[in-house]
Design a protein around this ligand. Structure first.
Ligand SMILES: Nc1ncnc2c1ncn2[C@@H]1O[C@H](COP(=O)(O)OP(=O)(O)OP(=O)(O)O)[C@@H](O)[C@H]1O
Length: 363
């Protein structure tokens, strides 16, 4: 890729017998907001810390602008960093905190004053210059940390769960701010989170980590609409996984049967799908509709279900329904196309979906 800015190649890190990351490779473009998303212990922080220089890889290479980063001392890497916990100097004012990296780099007083002003404006904390960190809310402290990290115009900003210590409302506010700051500065960001909603809101692309590997890297839409593994399908968005038997495989489609004998098809296949084999069919709750009659068009699948619960969620209706083999599945219907009183608990109805809206994975 010619416009690659940061290149992570075959990174491997072992702590004794523990493999923290296993041949992680990734190309990041200049100005991109790239998020590492994955469960606890999946290797996100280890990868970030190797880029930062806090850890050395057992194997692999990291290039920034085509030059190896691994040979450069951490304090010379010119990379901005923001962590989960507020890491401001408690004895310095807000202004002095932001000025700190500039002082270390020997900038002139005039330059420092200008930059501190500009940065506090950027994070919407104009006028807070003389406050002490202890006089700020958690969200404000993180804004100062962001201002400090960006003060010397680093080409790369690393953020390790920077919003996870904040309550939901503040977190959402800062997510919005971060997007704006990213757009205004054009800085390349590597961001670590285990919150999929946060990842979807912020990122240009998301690398999904699982057990030390990147399972898939793509836009939020790629990951939601075209997950390549069952793990990604389950980790991004909500999903129903139905056990199926494969009765026929053709190019780009498969005939399947469900445990109650009902038949259907799916417009997706995976490499190791075999006729007669077991597989898992994934359908998003928002791709399912409920109907009183079975009548389905040729490209639709209709499964008999019994409604177990209905919930009004304001913008949508949520149903829990039980299949003939006693599996609970969920259906989500936007209010705009729903009549809240059409279905009741105990109703025997049909859950329908279009074959191309489902995806099959080896079981
Ligand atoms: N210093 C260490 N010594 C031994 N094992 C470690 C060390 N640091 C990390 N590990 C292990 O490496 C694996 C990856 O950890 P890492 O912190 O990168 O995951 P993570 O995805 O960032 O998780 P979290 O979201 O909990 O921070 C885990 O199994 C962890 O226990």
């Amino acid at each position: 890729m010619s416009n690659t800015f940061l290149s992570i190649r075959g990174l491997n890190k072992q702590y004794g017998n523990v493999v923290a990351i296993d041949h992680v490779s990734l190309e990041v473009k200049k100005g991109e907001f790239m998020t590492f998303l994955g469960p606890s212990g999946s290797g996100k922080s280890t990868t970030l810390y190797i880029v930062a220089g806090f850890q050395d890889p057992t194997e692999g290479q990291v290039l920034l602008g085509g030059e190896s980063l691994l040979k450069v001392q951490p304090n010379r890497r010119n990379i901005g960093m923001v962590f989960q916990r507020y890491t401001l100097f408690p004895h310095l004012t807000v202004g002095e905190n932001v000025a700190f990296p500039l002082r270390v780099r020997g900038k002139s007083e005039a330059e420092i004053a200008n930059k501190v002003d500009e940065m506090l404006k950027l994070v919407h904390l104009k006028g807070y210059q003389n406050r002490m960190p202890s006089q700020l809310s958690g969200g404000q402290q993180q804004r100062v940390a962001i201002a400090r990290a960006l003060a010397y115009d680093p080409p790369l900003l690393l953020m390790d769960e920077p919003l996870s210590a904040l309550d939901k409302k503040l977190r959402e506010e800062l997510q919005f701010e971060l997007r704006r700051i990213h757009q205004e500065t054009g800085v390349t960001i590597l961001y670590v989170t285990h919150d999929q909603e946060e990842a979807l809101r912020l990122s240009d692309r998301i690398a999904v980590f699982n057990e030390g590997r990147i399972e898939q890297c793509g836009t939020g839409e790629d990951l939601y609409e075209r997950p390549e593994t069952k793990f990604v399908a389950g980790f991004i968005g909500n999903s129903n996984f139905l056990p199926v038997k494969v009765s026929q495989v053709a190019a780009g489609s498969a005939e399947i049967s469900f445990p109650d004998g009902s038949r259907g098809s799916t417009a997706s296949t995976v490499m190791d799908l075999k006729t007669g084999g077991e597989a898992s069919l994934m359908i998003r709750p928002d791709r399912l509709t409920l109907a009183k009659e079975a009548g389905a068009s040729a490209d639709q699948v209709a499964l008999p279900v019994t409604i177990k619960d209905t919930t009004f969620l304001g913008d949508s209706l949520y149903f829990a329904a039980v299949t003939p083999w006693n599996q609970e599945i969920t259906v989500r219907t936007p209010m705009i196309s729903a009549n809240p009183h059409e279905f009741s608990i105990g109703d025997q109805v049909f859950a329908k979906w279009h074959a191309e809206k489902s995806q099959i994975f080896s079981a």
